[in-house]
Write a protein of this length. Structure first.
Lengths: 318, 264
């Protein structure tokens, strides 16, 4: 059983009530009927008390696959209640950071702490107990293809609670309602578009009201409307659930609008951090290149190679 | 010359190290599957679903193959026995060959290609689409929830399939021998009853098929779990499942037969 089971229909906690209310006519969250949903629909300050100590701390964390270093000497603190983006080019080790926090990988050195627990030192049962309070959205949703949308969202509830079917049904519909897909409960994952699959996976990830949400490239492969919807949901769900969200992404536009803080990672190190405004205004060459999507800069266009002349046989080897 | 030898030796060395490494991984995998088997038995519905998937859905191929093997055995057996004037022993020949060898071995080979390949593909694709990872992050152990029910489903389904294969084989032998060729009905069944021993023939056959069930499902699960998360990775893994488990079944059959039936 859960230490804190999801709240049950009828006795909604304020945060869930607000998530439902948002679905009503005056406050649509689908983002389509608004010129700029990201700015107009955000609930900014959280009304309830948030402890000031950080939820997740990475202290001098390094990670390597065999001899290949992926991350080096990371110092990161994620404050409670915030939405934080970890940005960087493809293959710079962003997703590895999420896997370290989720305990799927163990740091080669340093400490990863979640809610004052050292993730790397936890044994199987304690790690699984911690994971029950985390939600993760995978890059392509990772929905169970043999289960319907409804059963996918119900999966964590059925595995971790003894709630009767009627309560699970109500909870699943609430969660699906929060992502705007209550009408798609009967569909199979193969019948969903990419954006819908991502939203179903989001409903599944928040099924047990996690304290920590992790998003792995939530915007990849989505059309602009779906990007807006997903970005909006990430912010609103974080605030409605009172959770903390980590967002691994390389989509600068979508994420800078919704996050409170940004880390930029390059070659396994933090090269810059700050609020979205600070990042936007940064004169740091690498940050500037990343935010403005310039092809060449500190991160070179060409990967290391032999001299051009040598590859084309224009230079004789003597 | 020395360079080529050096490269060759390195290559062989790397292959050996890889092989030992994989063997170690497979052993750990087996241990984990056995240790986390609890959920498969605490939640019988999971187990029943897998028995349906690996067992019931394999019934058609098992029944049809059993029937044809029995028909061929009946024909060939009659041809040979007739030369020695002992066509009445046809029932014994058909039943013993099926119960001792053909039932367990052929049904295990069919099981490997029908259910084993499906298991590998399923696990491989679940892994490559991060479904297993997602389950882990939902604090649901993929071993307990997905892998061990498949394992025990296969181990339970295999002897049942082998028994059904043998039963239909005997029926096929009866059709050819008694109904078509005209061997004496009473002799066919009474000889069979007199010469097939429960312990040394039937039970040994069942033990064989349980061992084959363990081998085939473990190979299929491990190959799926170990597959690189790409289309090629999964397709190679499916091929390896069929090849490895077929060879394992034949090798294990020789070992088991040499223990069970020598000197009797």
């Amino acid at each position: 059983m859960l230490s804190s089971p999801p709240s049950i229909g009828g006795v909604l906690e304020p945060r869930e009530a607000s998530a439902i209310e948002d679905q009503g006519q005056p406050e649509p969250i689908d983002g389509i009927r608004h010129a700029n949903p990201l700015q107009s629909r955000l609930i900014r300050p959280r009304p309830f008390f948030v402890p000031s100590d950080p939820l997740v701390v990475l202290d001098g964390v390094a990670f390597a696959y065999g001899d290949r270093p992926i991350l080096q000497d990371l110092q990161m603190r994620f404050r409670r209640g915030q939405v934080v983006a970890i940005m960087g080019g493809s293959g710079c080790g962003k997703t590895t950071i999420l896997r370290l926090i989720g305990g799927q990988l163990r740091a080669t050195s340093g400490r990863v702490t979640v809610d004052d627990q050292n993730v790397g030192a936890l044994h199987h049962d304690a790690l699984y107990a911690l994971r029950r309070r985390m939600g993760m959205l995978f890059q392509f949703g990772a929905l169970f293809t043999d289960l319907s949308v409804f059963d996918n969202v119900a999966f964590p509830m059925r595995e971790h609670t003894d709630l009767p079917d009627s309560v699970i049904r109500d909870l699943v519909l609430l969660k699906l309602n929060a992502v705007g897909l209550r009408g798609s409960a009967h569909l199979k994952p193969s019948q969903l578009s990419g954006g819908m699959a991502r939203r179903v996976a989001l409903a599944r990830a928040i099924a047990l009201d996690p304290m920590l949400m992790m998003y792995d490239e939530p915007f990849t492969g989505l059309d602009p409307i779906s990007v807006g919807i997903v970005a909006n949901l990430i912010r609103r769900l974080n605030d409605a659930l009172g959770a903390t969200s980590l967002l691994v992404t390389h989509d600068v536009e979508a994420s800078l609008k919704i996050v409170d803080y940004v880390f930029i990672v390059a070659e396994g190190r933090i090269v810059a951090e700050g609020t979205p405004e600070e990042i936007r205004d940064s004169r740091e060459p690498i940050v500037h290149q990343f935010v403005h999507g310039e092809a060449d800069g500190p991160v070179g266009f060409h990967q290391p190679a032999r001299p051009l002349a040598q590859d084309f046989g224009l230079e004789t080897n003597r | 010359m020395i360079g080529a030898l050096d490269t060759g030796l390195r290559h062989v060395g790397a292959r050996v190290v890889d092989g030992v490494w994989k063997l170690g991984c497979a052993t750990r995998f087996t241990g984990t599957v056995l240790l986390r088997s609890g959920m498969a038995f605490r939640r019988p519905q999971l187990l029943l679903d897998e028995i349906y998937f690996t067992g019931v859905l394999s019934l058609i191929i098992i029944i049809v193959s059993g029937l044809f093997v029995g028909l061929v055995l009946g024909l060939q057996g009659y041809e040979t026995l007739k030369r020695y004037g002992s066509a009445d022993a046809l029932g014994t020949l058909v039943a013993l060959s099926l119960v001792r060898e053909l039932g367990p071995v052929v049904s295990a080979l069919l099981f490997a290609s029908r259910a084993g390949s499906a298991i590998t593909a399923k696990i491989g694709i679940m892994k490559s689409t991060e479904q297993l990872s997602a389950m882990e992050m939902m604090a649901v152990d993929p071993f307990g929830r997905v892998l061990t029910p498949i394992f025990w489903g296969g181990v339970i389904a295999m002897p049942l399939l082998a028994a059904i294969f043998s039963a239909f084989g005997v029926f096929g032998g009866y059709l050819i021998g008694v109904v078509i060729i005209g061997v004496d009905d009473g002799a066919f069944w009474s000889q069979m009853q007199a010469n097939v021993d429960l312990r040394s023939d039937v039970i040994n056959g069942v033990i064989k098929s349980i061992v084959f069930g363990v081998a085939v499902t473990l190979v299929a699960l491990f190959e799926g779990y170990d597959a690189p998360p790409t289309a090629e990775g999964v397709s190679y893994a499916v091929t390896r499942t069929v090849v490895t488990s077929a060879l394992a079944v034949l090798a294990l059959d020789f070992v088991l037969t040499s223990f069970m039936f020598t000197g009797v």
